[in-house]
Design a protein around this ligand. Structure first.
Ligand SMILES: [Fe+2]
Length: 298
């Protein structure tokens, strides 16, 4: 594993919530995250891992993606990325500035192409990790971003932010910033926005158990359970109470620079099949609709 990525991890996602108290109850009691802070009407949640938070719910009039936070290797790398983003035409906030969110550190906000709200952070303090729990998320696995221009946006993530392409299927580009096969996925869509957020469980049976917990609470599986092609991760998709598509996942492929980048011809299933195992039923209409319904805030 080469260690020269300027961004080293997907750290957190911040989303708007029209009913933060009810939404927070879902994320705590059903999805299974740990509340860590509740400042000014916002709700911050951690997984069992050491990220100070992985999800924030911020009060808002409508669901929207407010920020995707990535941890940089160091402050110099963060400043360099901000300069590169500015040179590429992105709006870059003043900074770096102290980060007041859980974990602290320093941060800077970037508006990526098509308005994607990207936050860079460095020097945030890890929290004391909890013991792994089979059906609780340890951390984020990936975010999937909709775009009309997959290859153009992939070029930005690679050339400006230092990600590497792991695979390109007919509809998606899979990009990595560490050994995980992907931390960011860009999906071809008729709109720009958030497609879904994936949370990493310790093993595939955890995906089954956490999916059962969702069904116990009245949330039907929108897609899955199955095993993806690119990344080889086991998945189950749901639509949360505010309309966000969220994924329980596990066993994402670990890669290094010896990984052969696959193309669309490598990721073709027999007719009717939508996963590697061939058992996932067709995606629900509600899940499909929700995957293109969330826009970028602001
Ligand atoms: Fe996913």
């Amino acid at each position: 594993m080469s260690g020269d990525f300027p961004i080293v991890a997907l750290a957190g996602v911040e989303i708007a919530s029209t009913d933060p108290a009810a939404h927070a109850a879902f994320w705590r009691d059903v999805w299974g995250l740990a509340p860590v802070a509740h400042p000014g009407g916002a709700h911050f949640f951690a997984g069992t891992g050491s990220d100070p938070f992985i999800l924030a719910l911020l009060p808002g009039r409508e669901p929207a993606l407010r920020a995707v936070t990535f941890r940089c290797a160091c402050e110099a790398a963060m400043a360099d990325l901000a300069a590169r983003a500015a040179a590429a035409g992105c709006k870059v906030a003043d900074g770096p500035a102290p980060d007041s969110r859980p974990g602290g550190g320093r941060m800077i906000d970037i508006r990526g192409p098509h308005g994607c709200p990207i936050r860079l952070v460095c020097g945030d303090r890890p929290r004391q990790a909890a013991p792994p729990c089979i059906d609780r998320a340890e951390r984020l696995a990936h975010v999937n971003i909709n775009t009309r221009d997959v290859d153009g946006l992939a070029a930005f993530w690679r050339e400006v932010l230092g990600f590497r392409l792991s695979d390109r299927s007919r509809q998606m580009a899979f990009l990595r910033c560490n050994a995980d096969h992907h931390a960011v996925v860009l999906a071809e869509a008729p709109v720009e926005g958030l497609n879904h957020i994936a949370f990493l469980l310790p093993e595939w049976e955890g995906v089954m158990l956490a999916s059962g917990r969702m069904r116990d609470h009245g949330f039907e599986i929108g897609w899955g359970v199955g095993r993806h092609g690119p990344g080889n991760n086991v998945f189950a998709y749901f639509v949360d109470p505010e309309g966000y598509v969220v994924e329980h996942t596990a066993e994402v492929l670990q890669v290094d620079d010896s990984y052969r980048v696959g193309g669309p011809e490598d990721w073709v299933w027999p007719p009717g099949r939508t996963d590697r195992w061939g058992i996932a039923p067709p995606k629900s209409a509600a899940c499909k609709a929700a995957q293109i319904a969330i826009r970028f805030a602001g």
